[in-house]
Ligand binder design. Structure first.
Ligand code: AMP
Ligand code: MG
Length: 281
């Protein structure tokens, strides 16, 4: 069973119709066990991706405040070999970034062959916060969906596997998490008045997310809506999707590595022979 809902452009999604609280019929213990198994498979696949260097992997995480982007990233990293993965957080743009087109700051972080990049927020902020808070006029953000689709299509043409996750949290769960942060003083550093202010725009964000998801969902860069009220389920759904994306490439990557190995052996043998024939030193 797929734990996250795929949106690839064939059918439009309405977020109100997706329950953020589902558990996939699993207990928390079962979910954690499955995450461990998938995580180990991810570790192997990530190695193959890295050494075969055919593809790159781009994981985009979007979601409202407290939806769990940081937590989901931490879980993926737990299973990663770290040398081939990079996390890129996108914050409020600097004046220099704002002086350019909105993709200017994003493109340099696109993962090269063999590499994985996890975007903590992304170019989608430019059709989310920018639209909801009126940071740019409608005619500007309106054109951005098309630019995003072209950009992602370019990355796809360059062998980038693209996974976009929307961590779908309910309004009640967000309130609970924000209030928890206030209670636990050691989590208070995560607090921001901004989070409560953004919350006032809940419905406008819902509309903006639905548009971002529906207008920028393609077979080569699909969105996955992840029910995120339960943290363990969220992490499982993300990991499952990553593994299922990589798994079909396993054989091709292994073949490439076998070829590289064969070639290395041929070169080594030739080198040894040259030492014997030529006397060496
Ligand atoms: P956080 O993810 O909690 O560290 O917060 C990052 C903040 O940067 C969020 O409030 C985002 O909305 C904001 N941000 C990220 N990208 C953009 C952007 N392109 N334009 C405006 N604000 C942005
Ligand atoms: Mg925040």
């Amino acid at each position: 069973m797929a734990y996250a809902q795929r949106v690839d452009g064939r059918k439009k999604v309405r977020l109100a119709e997706i329950d953020p609280h589902v558990d996939g019929g699993l207990s928390k213990a079962q979910g954690k066990l499955e995450l461990q198994q998938l995580g180990q498979e991810f570790a192997e696949l990530e190695d193959l991706l890295f050494y075969a260097s055919h593809h790159s992997l781009l994981i985009i995480l979007q979601g409202r405040d407290t939806a769990g982007k940081d937590g989901a990233i931490r879980r993926v990293l737990e299973f990663s070999n770290a040398q081939s993965i990079r996390v890129v957080p996108f914050k409020v743009p600097t004046p220099r970034e704002l002086a350019h087109d909105f993709l200017w700051r994003v493109h340099p972080h696109a993962p090269g062959r063999g590499m994985t990049a996890i975007f903590n927020r992304s170019h989608y902020e430019d059709v989310l916060v920018s639209r909801v808070r009126g940071l740019v006029p409608p005619e500007v953000w309106e054109r951005r969906y098309q630019h995003i689709n072209h950009f992602e299509s370019l990355l796809h043409d360059s062998n980038t596997l693209i996974l976009k996750f929307y961590l779908h949290i309910s309004k009640e769960e967000q309130e609970r998490r924000l209030l928890d942060r206030e209670k636990e003083t050691e989590k208070a550093w995560k607090l921001s008045v901004q989070d409560w202010k953004e919350r006032e725009y809940w419905d406008a964000y819902t509309a903006a997310y639905e548009d971002a998801i529906n207008r920028c969902a393609t077979p080569h860069a699909p969105w996955y809506v992840v029910p995120a009220d339960r943290k363990w389920y969220r992490d499982l759904a993300v990991m499952q999707r990553i593994v299922e994306e990589l798994r079909p490439h396993r054989e091709t990557w292994l073949q490439t590595l076998r070829k590289i190995g064969d070639q290395a052996l041929v070169e080594l043998r030739a080198y040894r022979q040259s030492l014997q024939g030529g006397g060496g030193d």
